[in-house]
Design a protein around this ligand. Structure first.
Ligand SMILES: Nc1nc2c(c(=O)[nH]1)N[C@H]1C(S)=C(S)[C@@H](COP(=O)(O)OP(=O)(O)OC[C@H]3O[C@@H](n4cnc5c(=O)[nH]c(N)nc54)[C@H](O)[C@@H]3O)O[C@H]1N2
Ligand SMILES: Nc1nc2c(c(=O)[nH]1)N[C@H]1C(S)=C(S)[C@@H](COP(=O)(O)OP(=O)(O)OC[C@H]3O[C@@H](n4cnc5c(=O)[nH]c(N)nc54)[C@H](O)[C@@H]3O)O[C@H]1N2
Ligand SMILES: [Mo]
Length: 580
């Protein structure tokens, strides 16, 4: 993606399914600065998010309409004369075929699906395509957690190409990454199809290179792609998966359809968790390996914009906790491949030698507040802020391929029994599965269990629900209690829950449906219903008791665990059955 600091210099920032003021406040600050410097801000989101307050154009799109909306936007860019013909001619392939699909999507033809008036669609096309010197599209989970997610990314890339808003400084797409080091874990090969540095496991030359470096016969390195996290449930259910090594993840809280996840975990022969806290998932573990937290170890993070940054430990580890890299090395040694490193620099230097795009990112360059963005192929190189300079793309002929798709509706549409769209999102005060923020007193004062369900006043009124009351929400998967947060910033017909809450656990309700290629769950769209709990006093006592019981169970499990520094692991386990 483009450089985050560079966002300040764009002439237009278009947020599409991304809510940075809650999710990435530092990025949100850059957007405020861009606005102060004169940039136009466009927000397309079903909710009136914070950034909508400073937007020059806010588009309250309907949930689940992404491709219909973007195709109509592309249609306006072309028909209103804003297409960058020179860029299309010189840097892209497939325009004619792309237009065959796009030409059908006039803004009028999809207004029922998008909820956006043709006039606003034309304004958006003009504002984005004519922005000087550049425009950036920031997209997030509003795109990725949909059934048509990859197809939406193709569509977004084509929009940027056709408008000529890519291939120059501070332009193109900004696909924000979630955690501080999601980008880093992908860079380092924590993907089922890649070695570190995005080198494919199916490429014999890559296997040869890594086998040589690691001193193993090439047959020892798997030549096929591994499984994805969301495959775990059906693989365990059908008996293909016997052992699951779960490392820094709380699937009971964060994977869709929690009950389905729990049933699958119970079927495993061996379930190992490596975490820094007890979670609802560790309760099902046969073995728990205690890792150190970000304040206790040092290493390198990669930010969303490919920036490597070295960070230092603030305090020494406590008790039996060990660094993740030490646990992995010991486990490997006990499983028959001796692995030894004295420190993270040795690991980093080995990785640099094997990954051409990272070679120049030395610890020296990252000293103090130093940082660098990959690709950084040589020691002299200072890093790359903007990808695709001069419109040169990473295809054999250097040209981008324009791809269009037809819109399809989400998997589970609302009906009479489940009339509301359940959309699950983030809030500023708590983090993901909440293992890290849940025990912080100051943050609990900001928001606490059972969490919140955000709804439009009309949907609340229709059910006699008042702001702050406890409500019951249910879907085809389950039923939970949560607290009503009534606001006209929420669109009618949809309710929003954040996936942080343990008692108001939205994943007890979400549908386990994934897109075909990435297998990412459709967390942004399921059908649900809700009602006011008649006896509010009972409801308050009930949720408080449920939370107290759950915390007591976690504490009991933690003290009952006979935690060893490293696990004795049966060497007969077949490594390709282990998901990390
Ligand atoms: N405080 C805090 N910060 C976090 C996290 C956290 O848990 N807490 N989690 C981190 C992680 S893991 C991630 S991945 C990032 C994600 O950060 P974001 O991408 O900002 O995540 P969300 O809030 O889930 O979704 C973004 C927006 O998509 C909108 N949306 C819903 N449906 C649609 C749709 O059909 N179309 C469009 N265009 N938009 C739609 C939602 O209303 C929401 O405002 O945040 C990270 N930052
Ligand atoms: N319904 C719904 N569900 C969602 C989402 C949504 O929008 N809606 N968002 C999805 C997204 S985008 C994401 S990224 C996931 C996030 O889901 P998870 O990855 O499951 O949640 P996290 O809280 O990010 O972290 C997982 C665990 O890592 C542990 N941990 C932290 N630091 C370390 C460390 O240094 N070492 C080790 N070993 N463990 C550590 C934490 O204690 C925590 O238990 O949730 C997904 N689930
Ligand atoms: Mo994420």
């Amino acid at each position: 993606m483009c450089s985050i600091p560079g966002m300040e210099n764009a002439g237009c920032v278009f947020l599409f399914g991304y809510n940075p003021s809650a999710s990435h406040p530092i990025v949100a600050r850059r957007i405020v600065r861009a606005k102060e410097k004169g940039a136009k801000i466009i927000v397309a989101d079903p909710r009136h998010i914070e950034t909508a307050r400073i937007a020059d154009l806010y588009l309250p799109i309907k949930n689940g309409c992404n491709i219909a909306f973007l195709n109509a936007l592309a249609n306006c860019i072309v028909n209103d004369g804003y297409a960058d013909k020179d860029f299309i001619e010189a840097h892209t392939n497939g325009y004619e075929q792309w237009w065959e699909t796009i030409k059908k999507y006039t803004p009028e033809s999809v207004q029922d699906i998008t909820g956006i008036s043709p006039a606003d669609m034309h304004r958006a096309a003009e504002m984005y395509a004519t922005a000087e010197p550049s425009a950036i599209i920031g997209y997030g989970m509003g795109v990725c957690q949909q059934r048509q997610n990859l197809k939406t990314v193709h569509t977004l890339a084509a929009v940027a190409c056709v408008a000529g808003q890519i291939g120059k400084p501070n332009s193109g797409l900004a696909p924000v990454r979630g955690q501080n080091n999601v980008q880093g874990s992908c860079d380092m090969g924590c993907l089922p199809n890649m070695f570190p540095g995005y080198q494919k496991v199916t490429d014999p030359a890559m296997r040869e290179k890594f086998a040589k470096a690691w001193g193993v016969p090439v047959e020892k390195l798997s030549d096929h792609e591994g499984y994805k996290l969301t495959d775990m449930v059906h693989l365990a259910n059908e008996g293909t998966l016997h052992c699951f090594y779960n490392y820094g993840e709380d699937p009971v809280q964060t994977e869709p359809d929690s009950q389905g996840t729990i049933e699958a975990l119970k079927k495993l022969d061996l379930f190992i968790c490596e975490d820094i806290f007890m979670t609802q998932t560790t309760m099902y573990a046969d073995v728990i390996l205690p890792g150190t937290s970000w304040g206790e170890h040092e290493g390198v993070f990669t930010a969303s914009d490919r920036t490597f940054q070295h960070f230092n430990a603030a305090v020494p580890p406590k008790g039996e906790c060990r660094h993740d890299w030490q646990i992995i090395s010991d486990l490997s040694t006990r499983m028959g491949y001796p692995m030894h490193y004295d420190n993270t620099k040795q690991i980093w230097d080995e990785m640099r030698q094997l990954c051409p795009n990272f070679y120049g990112a030395t610890y020296e360059k990252m000293e103090g507040t130093g940082h660098c963005e990959w690709p950084i192929p040589t020691l002299e190189h200072q890093g790359t802020a903007d990808l695709f300079p001069g419109g040169h793309f990473n295809k054999p002929d250097g040209r981008a391929v324009l791809i269009a798709h037809d819109w399809e509706h989400p998997t589970e549409m609302p009906d009479e029994e489940y009339p509301l769209v359940l959309c699950t999102v983030r809030e500023v005060g708590h983090y993901s599965c909440r293992s890290m923020t849940g025990n912080c007193k100051a943050l609990s004062l900001l928001a606490d269990e059972p969490g919140y369900v955000h709804m439009n006043p009309a949907d609340a009124r229709a059910r006699g629900i008042r702001d702050g009351e406890i409500v019951r929400i249910w879907s085809r998967r389950g039923s939970v209690y949560s607290r009503a947060d009534v606001s006209d910033r929420i669109n009618k017909g949809a309710v929003y829950m954040t996936y942080q809450w343990w008692i108001g656990r939205c994943n007890s309700l979400t549908l386990h449906a994934v897109d075909d290629v990435s297998h990412t769950p459709e967390d942004k769209f399921s059908a649900c219903q809700m009602e006011r709990v008649a006896d509010q006093q009972w409801a308050e006592r009930h949720v408080a008791q449920e939370y107290a019981d759950l915390k007591a169970r976690l504490a009991k499990e933690a003290s009952a665990q006979d935690v060893e520094p490293a696990v004795a692991f049966s060497a007969s386990q077949e490594p390709d059955r282990i998901l990390v």
